[in-house]
Design a protein around this ligand. Structure first.
Ligand code: ATP
Length: 130
């Protein structure tokens, strides 16, 4: 089956793959060859791709996945390969966002801080690729 990951800026991934695992708004799910057609909204998380013994993890920050006739398309705002992620930056972002969430100040935008936590955690998970 074939997978394309497309952002606003470019086609990030365009290859034949064996297995796809991602995080939808209803939870994590996987797709193997000959899966029935799927249309799913994606959450902030990691999309893991396997081909033979090789695997790669990309952050996928929301968007949509469509699978039909062994063609999968992921349209997402940001897709970063785990190999390209700056771990120290993601850890700092996670710390900052958690501090904001712990702050009782009413002016804190908690939804925004929660999204920042989710992005940082997805980045750290993508670097592990497991
Ligand atoms: P930060 O506070 O560290 O900027 P953020 O979650 O606010 O984190 P985003 O707004 O999601 O960052 O991303 C801004 C840009 O920086 C995007 O191009 C994204 O790919 C890049 N980026 C963010 N964090 C990292 C990271 N840890 N490693 C590599 N690139 C990153």
């Amino acid at each position: 089956m074939h997978l394309k990951i497309i952002t606003h800026e470019k086609v990030v991934f365009d290859e034949d793959v064996d297995e796809i695992y991602t995080r939808g708004t209803d939870g994590e799910f996987g797709i193997l060859k000959n899966h029935i057609p799927v249309m799913a909204a994606l959450d902030i998380g990691v999309t893991k791709i396997k081909k033979g013994e090789e695997s790669k993890s990309y952050t996928t920050m929301g968007g949509v996945l469509q699978f039909k006739d062994n063609e999968c398309i992921i349209l997402t705002t940001t897709a970063e390969c785990g190999d390209d992620i700056d771990v120290a930056r993601a850890e700092a972002a996670l710390r900052r966002a958690k501090e904001r969430l712990a702050d009782k100040d009413a002016s804190i935008d908690s939804k925004r801080a929660e999204a920042a936590v989710a992005r940082a955690m997805a980045r750290l998970k993508a670097t592990l690729n497991n």
